[in-house]
Design a protein around this ligand. Structure first.
Ligand code: BES
Ligand code: ZN
Length: 850
C-alpha cells in the first residue's frame, strides 16, 4: 500500500518554536553500521510560543535511551519525530541513539563516502542524526565530541581539546542544526592562514583524501580571495580561529556552508591543469566564494523557515556573481549568468514546475532548491541594487547586518531594511517574490519632430495556481545610439511600474537606435520586432557588452528559426556581422567566444514554442548543424590567423585572459573540424598538456567520428581519476549522434566504472542525456523509457538525485501530441512504482499535472 499523498506545508501556518535551545552537547561514537549519538540539550519554553507541545524531529534513528532532567521518559512517536511530556520550565533533554552511516545511500544525515564519515544536514538532515528541533529558527551553540579510530576528526567551530581516538570542537556562534557538520577519516590538509582586517589570524585548512593534495592549490587561493573580497566589498570579517573545507566524493549538491567546516563535492573544489578545464576552475572559484559568503548571508543571519530560502541563496548567488564579475570580466560573467538563467530558470518558469521565489507551500523542501529560488532570487537582488544604486545598497546591507546579526529572518525583514534605509516603498517590488512566471516585455517606438518615444507593455503568463498577475516594477536600462553608431544617450534606468508605459526622449537630432535592457537589467523576455540590419548594427556598435552579445544571439536564433520552419533564411547579414565581430581584436577573446557560441537546442525549442511553432528536436539539431557548416565555410579564410592568435605560449594558468583565448580557440577548432575532417583536432589532441585543450580536441574528434582510439586511450590513462572519468562519460553522451544516443547511454551504463551510488557519475551520464534534446526526445520514446527505467532504479538509493533529474521531463508540454503521450505514459509508470519516494512523487506529479 502506498502512503496517502504527502501533505504540503504552508507559509501561513508558521508558528514560533515551543522551546528554545540554550546549549547543545553531542558525543559521536563512530562505527560504520552502528554509530552512537549522545545528546545533552538545554531547553527552555519560548515566551512567544503559541502552544506548549514538546516535539523533537527524528527520522530513522533508533532510540537507546531518552531522559528529561536525568529521568527516563517514554516519547510518543508522531509524524517526523517524537512528542514528550515536558516541564513548563528550563530542562535538560538527553538521548542516546543509534544510526547506520554505511547503509545511508541517500547521502543525507551522517553517511560514509570513500571510507570517511561525513554529514549533510541542510535542509532537514539533522533529524536523521538525533532527536532535535530541526528547524532553522532554533539557534544554539554546539559542543561536539567525536570518538573513533580515524586519524582526523572534525566538526564546526574551534578545536577545544583532543586525545588519542577523540577530539572536541566548540562552535560559540549560535546556529541552526542544518549548519551542523562532522567529518572523520584518513585525510590530509593543505594549510594556510589569513589575517583579517582587524588583524586576527585565521588558520585555513583544505582537507582531501591522500593522493588529492596536488589538486588543492587553486581552491586555497580562491578562499583567500573570497575572504578579502567580503572584507573590501561588504565589510564582513571572518569570525572563528579556523576555517576548513573538506572534499568528499559522494555528495548530492555542489557544496555546503556548514559553520567553519564547509563540505564540498570533490568536483566543486579539486582541480589541476592536467585534470580540470577552465570552466571547472571558474566554477570552483565561484562555489568556494559562495559557501564562504554564506558565513554572513546564511549563517550569522539565517532563515526563519524554508519559505525564506532565497533570503540566503538568492543574496549569496548575487554576491558570488559580483565576486566573479570583479575577479574576471564583468560583461563576460554577466552574459554567462544570463545564459544559465534562461536555460534553467526561464525554462522552469515556463512549465509545470513554475513557482514563486517565496513559495506559499511545498511538499518536500529538497525539491525547492531550484533555479527560481537561486537564480531568479539573485536577479531580484541585482534589480534592487540597480534601483537604489551601489552606495544605498551598501548602506542597506550595513543596516541588515547590524539589525539582524544572530537572527533567523524573513524576506520581509530584508525588504524592510531597504525601505528603512532608502525611504522607498517596496510593496510593488515585492511582487517579484510572490508572482511566478517570466514577464514578457513588448516594446514599440515612435519618432516624431525630434521626439523619440519608447512604449513598453508587460504581460506575465499564468503559472500553476496563479492566473492574473499585477504589473511588476521593472528597471529597464536604456541607451540610445545615433545613426553613425555613437552613443547619443548614455545608459539610463527607466522604472516601469504600469502595465503599459511610455518614456520620452527629447532633443535628438536624428532617429536613434535603442539599446534596451542593457546588462539584462531585469529577468524578462523582451519582445521587439526589429530588422536583422538593426541587430547587426547593435552587434557592431553597442557599447553595452551584454546587448552587443544579445544582438548576435537574436540574429542567430532568427536564422535557426528560419532553417527550422523552412522560411528563407537571411543568413548573409548575420554571417557578415559575426565575421566582423570575430576579427575585431579590441574585443576580449572570451567575449568573442560567447558571441560565437550557438544558442542551445533546448533554448531554440523554447523560442519556437513561444512563437507558436511545435518544436521538433531533430529538425532543430539539423538546423544547428546546417548553420555550423555555413559559419565554418563563411569564416574559412579567417580561421588560421585567428587560431594562431589564440594560441597560449605561456605555462597554463586558469586566468580569465588565458581561458578566454582557449575558449575562442576551441570554438574555432570546432568550425575547422567541419572543414578538415578532424586533422587539426587530432594534432591538438596529441600535443595538449592541459585538460581544457585535450577535452576540447576530443569533443571535436567525437563530432568528426574519429574518436575511437582517443576515447579508449583517455579511459586507460584516467581510469583511476573519478572526476576525469566523469568527463569521459559526459562527453560521449553529449556528443553522441542523436540516432545513437540511447545506445551510447546503454553502453556506458554497462561500463564497469558506471555506478548509481555516486551522484557525479550518475549525473555525468543521465544529466548529459537530458541535456541532449535530439538524443533524448527519440520519436519512438526509447529515450524517455531509458531515463524512466533508471529513475525508478535510482529512487530507492538516492531520492534527491532522482527527483532532480526528473526535471528532464518538465518541458514535455511543448512537444507534439505523440511525444506528449509517450512521456505521459512514462510519468505514470514512475508514479505507479511501489514505495516511490516523497521527493520523486512530488516532482513527477507536479510535472504531470492533474
Ligand atoms: N546551501 C547550499 C547547499 C545545499 C543545497 C544543501 C540544497 C542542501 C540542499 C549551498 O550553499 C549551495 O547553494 N550550493 C550550490 C552551489 C552554489 C554556487 C550555487 C550547489 O551545491 O549547487
Ligand atoms: Zn548557497
Amino acid at each position: 500500500m502506498k502512503d496517502a499523498s504527502p501533505q504540503p506545508i504552508h507559509l501561513t501556518d508558521y508558528t514560533p518554536p515551543e522551546y528554545l535551545v540554550d546549549d547543545v552537547h553531542l558525543t559521536f561514537r563512530l562505527d560504520p553500521t552502528a554509530t552512537r549519538v549522545l545528546s545533552r540539550i538545554a531547553l527552555r519554553p519560548n515566551p512567544d510560543a503559541v502552544s506548549k507541545r514538546f516535539f523533537l524531529h527524528g527520522e530513522g534513528v533508533k532510540a537507546i535511551s531518552t531522559k528529561i532532567d536525568g529521568k527516563d521518559v517514554t516519547p510518543r512517536s508522531v509524524e517526523h519525530g517524537i512528542e514528550v511530556d515536558a516541564p513548563d520550565a528550563p530542562f535538560v533533554w538527553e538521548a542516546e541513539v543509534e544510526i547506520d552511516p554505511q547503509g545511508n545511500t541517500a547521502l543525507e544525515g551522517l553517511y560514509m563516502s570513500n571510507g570517511m564519515y561525513c554529514t549533510q544536514c541542510e535542509a532537514e538532515g539533522f533529524r536523521k542524526i538525533t532527536y532535535y528541533p530541526d528547524r532553522p529558527d532554533v539557534m544554539a551553540p554546539f559542543t561536539v565530541r567525536i570518538e573513533g579510530d580515524a586519524p582526523v576528526l572534525l566538526s564546526n567551530g574551534n578545536p577545544t581539546a583532543s586525545g588519542d581516538g577523540w577530539a572536541e570542537w566548540t562552535d560559540p556562534w549560535p546556529k541552526p542544526s542544518y549548519l551542523f557538520a562532522l567529518v572523520a577519516g584518513d585525510l590530509i590538509a593543505r594549510e594556510d592562514s589569513f589575517t583579517t582586517m582587524s588583524g586576527k589570524e585565521v588558520d585555513l585548512k583544505l582537507w582531501v583524501r591522500p593522493g588529492d593534495e596536488g589538486k588543492t592549490a587553486f581552491g586555497m587561493e580562491a578562499l583567500k580571495k573570497s575572504m578579502t573580497w567580503d572584507e573590501e566589498k561588504y565589510g564582513r570579517e571572518y569570525d572563528l580561529d579556523i576555517f576548513q573545507i573538506v572534499a568528499v566524493s559522494d555528495f548530492n549538491m555542489g557544496a555546503m556552508e556548514n559553520k567553519g567546516l564547509n563540505i564540498f563535492n570533490t568536483s566543486a573544489v579539486l582541480c589541476s591543469p592536467e585534470t580540470s578545464t577552465d570552466a571547472n576552475f571558474e566554477r570552483i572559484e565561484a562555489i568556494i566564494a559562495h559557501e564562504y559568503f554564506h558565513n554572513w548571508t546564511g549563517n550569522r543571519i539565517t532563515c526563519r523557515d524554508w519559505f525564506q530560502l532565497s533570503l540566503k541563496e538568492g543574496l549569496t548567488v548575487f554576491r558570488d556573481q559580483s565576486f566573479t564579475a570583479d575577479e574576471r570580466s564583468a560583461s563576460v560573467a554577466r552574459i554567462s549568468d544570463v545564459i544559465a538563467l534562461r536555460g534553467r530558470q526561464f525554462r522552469e518558469d515556463n512549465g509545470p514546475l513554475a513557482h514563486q521565489v517565496q513559495p506559499d507551500s511545498f511538499v518536500e523542501i529538497n525539491n525547492f532548491y531550484t533555479a527560481t529560488i537561486y537564480e531568479k532570487g539573485a536577479e531580484i537582488i541585482r534589480m534592487l541594487h540597480t534601483l537604489v544604486g551601489p552606495e544605498a545598497y551598501r548602506k542597506a546591507l550595513d543596516l541588515y547586518f547590524e539589525r539582524h546579526d544572530g537572527q533567523a529572518c524573513t524576506i520581509d525583514d530584508w525588504l524592510t531594511v531597504f525601505e528603512d534605509s532608502t525611504g522607498r516603498d517596496l510593496s510593488q517590488f515585492k511582487r517579484w517574490y510572490k508572482q511566478a512566471g517570466t514577464p514578457r516585455l513588448r516594446v514599440s517606438e515612435n519618432w516624431e519632430d525630434g521626439t523619440y518615444q519608447l512604449t513598453f507593455t508587460q504581460n506575465t503568463p499564468p503559472t500553476p495556481g496563479q492566473d492574473g498577475k499585477d504589473p511588476f516594477l521593472i528597471p529597464i536600462a536604456v541607451g540610445l545610439l545615433g545613426p553613425n553608431g555613437d552613443e547619443v544617450r548614455p545608459t539610463e534606468v527607466l522604472e516601469m511600474t504600469e502595465g503599459s508605459q511610455t518614456f520620452t526622449f527629447d532633443g535628438l537630432p536624428a532617429k536613434p537606435t535603442p539599446s534596451i535592457l542593457r546588462g539584462f537589467s531585469a529577468p524578462v523576455i523582451l519582445e521587439r520586432d526589429t530588422s536583422p540590419e538593426e541587430r547587426a548594427f547593435l552587434l557592431a556598435h553597442d557599447t553595452d557588452q551584454f546587448n552587443k552579445w544579445e544582438a548576435g544571439r537574436s540574429l542567430a536564433k532568427e536564422v535557426l528559426t528560419g532553417l527550422v520552419t523552412g522560411d528563407a533564411a537571411p543568413q548573409a547579414a548575420y554571417l557578415d556581422a559575426l565575421a566582423t565581430m570575430l576579427r575585431d581584436d579590441h574585443l576580449d577573446p572570451a567575449f568573442r567566444a560567447l558571441a560565437l557560441q550557438m544558442p542551445g537546442e533546448d533554448d531554440m525549442a523554447q523560442t519556437l514554442a513561444d512563437a507558436g511553432v511545435t518544436p521538433d528536436p531533430d529538425r532543430i539539431h539539423e538546423a544547428a548543424e546546417t548553420l555550423r557548416q555555413s559559419r565554418a565555410e563563411y569564416l574559412q579564410d579567417s580561421l588560421p590567423r585567428l587560431m594562431a592568435e589564440m594560441t597560449v605560449d605561456a605555462p597554463f594558468e586558469p586566468s580569465a585572459e588565458q581561458s578566454g583565448k582557449r575558449a575562442l580557440g576551441l570554438q574555432l577548432l570546432k568550425l575547422l573540424t567541419r572543414l578538415d575532417g578532424g586533422k587539426a583536432a587530432q594534432s591538438q589532441w596529441e600535443k595538449a598538456d592541459n585538460m581544457t585543450l585535450s577535452l576540447g580536441a576530443l569533443a571535436c574528434l567525437l563530432d568528426a567520428g574519429k574518436a575511437d582510439g582517443p576515447i579508449a586511450d583517455f579511459r586507460e590513462h584516467w581510469k583511476d581519476d573519478a572526476l576525469v572519468m566523469d568527463k569521459w562519460f559526459m562527453l560521449q553522451v553529449g556528443h553522441a549522434d542523436p540516432a545513437n544516443a540511447v545506445a551510447t547511454v546503454e553502453r556506458l551504463t554497462r561500463d564497469p566504472a558506471f555506478t548509481m551510488k555516486n551522484p557525479n557519475r550518475f549525473r555525468s551520464v543521465f544529466g548529459a542525456f537530458a541535456g541532449h534534446p535530439a538524443g533524448f526526445h527519440q520519436k519512438d520514446g526509447s529515450g524517455y523509457r531509458l531515463l524512466a527505467d533508471w529513475l525508478i532504479k535510482l529512487d530507492p538509493v538516492n531520492p534527491q538525485i532522482t527527483a532532480r533529474l526528473s526535471g528532464a521531463f518538465e518541458t514535455w508540454k511543448r512537444y507534439d501530441a505523440d511525444r506528449q503521450d509517450l512521456i505521459k505514459a512514462e510519468l505514470n509508470r514512475i508514479l505507479a512504482t511501489d514505495g516511490l519516494s516523497r521527493d520523486t512523487t512530488e516532482m513527477i506529479s507536479r510535472i504531470r499535472g492533474a
